[in-house]
Design a binder for this molecule. Structure first.
Ligand code: CUA
Length: 334
C-alpha cells in the first residue's frame, strides 16, 4: 500500500494534497522521514532476497547431481549455510529493531507539539460529515461550520474531537497521522499547518455505508486571512435582498429543512445536519463529495439518496420554482 502511495505521488499530475509524502506540517514531516527510513530498508532487503532466490534457482547444477539430492550431514559448527542463516537472522533482528526505534521516536516527536495558548477547534464526527466548531467565551461569537476546517498557518492548533454516533477516524495525511474519534470521549489532536493551501482529509475508520464519502478539507491561511474568514463566519445570515431570495427563505423555513439545519438569524435552529448560515462560502457539499454549485445543491436537496445512498437527508421533492428560489437564497449565504 505504501509503495502504491509512493508510485502515485511520483506520477505527474497527482495533486499531492492528500498524501503523507507531501508534508505541510512538522508532524507529517516526522512521519514521512520514518516512512522513507522503513521504505528503503525494506526495498533493499526485498531486492537482496530476490537476488539470492534467483541465484539459488539459476546457479549451475553440480554435474552428475541426482534428484532428490542424497542426505549430506555436515557438522553444524563449520557449515557455511548455518553461518549465513545465523548472520541473516542477526541482521534482520537489527533492522527490525532500528525500525521499532525510529517508529518510537516518531510517535514522541509527533506528540511533542504543544502551546500555552493554542487555536482551539472542536470537531465532531457524524455519519457522514464533520461538524467544525470554533468556540468563543462569548457564545454569540462561536462559529459552527461543516467539512471545511480553516486554520492559521505556522501555529499549533488544538483539536478537541469526538463522535456523535460511531467510531470515525480523522486523517489529514499531509498534516498528521490518523486519530480515532470515539463517541462519548474527547480526543485531543495537536497539529500545525505550515503552508497555505487546501489539504484533503478523509475518515479512515469504516463507519457505515457512506464512510468513503466522509471527507473534509483543511484550509491553511495566513493569520490575517484566517481572521477575516472567522469574522465573516461569526455574522448571522444575510437578509434576502429581493422577492426571489425572500421566497427562497420562506421555502426553507416551511419545508423539512428546518428539522435538521440551522441558519443563524432565522428561526431555523436544528443541529442534526450541517449549519447552513454560510453554506455558499464552502467549496464542496456532502462532506467533500461534490463541488458546491447550484446544480449539485439542487440535486442534493431534491434527492440526496441518489448521490449518497443511506445518508440521513431525506428526499425533498418540490415545485421547480420553489427549488430555484431556494437555491438563489442559499447562494446568498456567503
Ligand atoms: Cu466516518 Cu468512516
Amino acid at each position: 500500500m505504501s509503495v502504491l502511495a509512493f508510485l502515485l505521488t511520483a506520477t505527474p499530475g497527482f495533486p499531492g494534497n492528500q498524501t503523507p509524502l507531501n508534508p505541510v506540517g512538522p508532524q507529517a514531516s516526522h512521519i514521512e522521514r520514518t516512512f522513507f527510513f522503513i521504505f528503503w530498508i525494506t526495498a533493499v532487503v526485498y531486492v537482496l532476497v530476490l537476488l539470492f532466490l534467483f541465484y539459488a534457482v539459476w546457479r549451475r547444477r553440480v554435474p552428475g547431481a541426482v534428484f532428490p539430492p542424497p542426505q549430506v550431514t555436515t557438522p553444524a559448527s563449520d557449515s557455511f549455510a548455518v553461518k549465513a542463516v545465523a548472520s541473516a537472522m542477526a541482521v534482520t533482528i537489527l533492522l527490525l529493531f532500528a525500525m521499532l526505534v525510529s517508529s518510537f521516536f516518531t510517535s514522541r516527536a509527533t506528540a511533542a507539539l504543544t502551546s500555552k495558548d493554542p487555536v482551539t477547534i472542536n470537531i465532531t464526527g457524524h455519519q457522514w460529515w464533520w461538524e467544525i466548531n470554533y468556540p468563543n467565551s462569548e457564545a454569540d461569537k462561536t462559529v459552527t461550520t461543516a467539512n471545511e476546517i480553516h486554520l492559521p498557518t505556522g501555529v499549533p492548533i488544538l483539536i478537541e474531537s469526538t463522535s456523535s454516533d460511531v467510531i470515525h477516524s480523522f486523517w489529514a495525511p499531509n498534516i498528521h497521522g490518523k486519530r480515532d474519534l470515539l463517541p462519548g470521549y474527547v480526543t485531543d489532536i495537536w497539529m500545525q499547518v505550515d503552508k497555505p493551501g487546501r489539504w484533503r482529509g478523509q475518515c479512515a475508520e469504516f463507519c457505515g455505508e457512506q464512510h468513503a464519502h466522509m471527507s473534509f478539507y483543511i484550509v491553511g491561511e495566513s493569520r490575517a486571512d484566517y481572521q477575516k474568514w472567522l469574522d465573516s463566519q461569526v455574522l448571522s445570515a444575510t437578509e434576502p435582498g429581493d422577492p426571489k431570495t425572500a421566497h427562497g427563505r420562506e421555502v426553507f423555513l416551511t419545508h423539512s429543512c428546518v428539522m435538521c439545519h440551522t441558519i443563524r438569524g432565522t428561526t431555523a435552529g436544528a443541529r442534526v445536519g450541517p449549519d447552513l448560515t454560510h453554506v455558499a462560502s464552502r467549496a464542496t457539499i456532502a462532506a467533500g463529495s461534490l463541488p458546491n454549485n447550484p446544480g449539485n445543491l439542487g440535486g442534493w436537496i431534491t434527492n440526496a439518496q441518489t448521490i449518497k445512498p443511506g445518508v440521513r437527508m431525506p428526499p425533498n421533492p418540490m415545485p421547480s420554482q420553489d427549488l430555484n428560489d431556494l437555491l438563489a437564497y442559499l447562494e446568498t449565504l456567503r
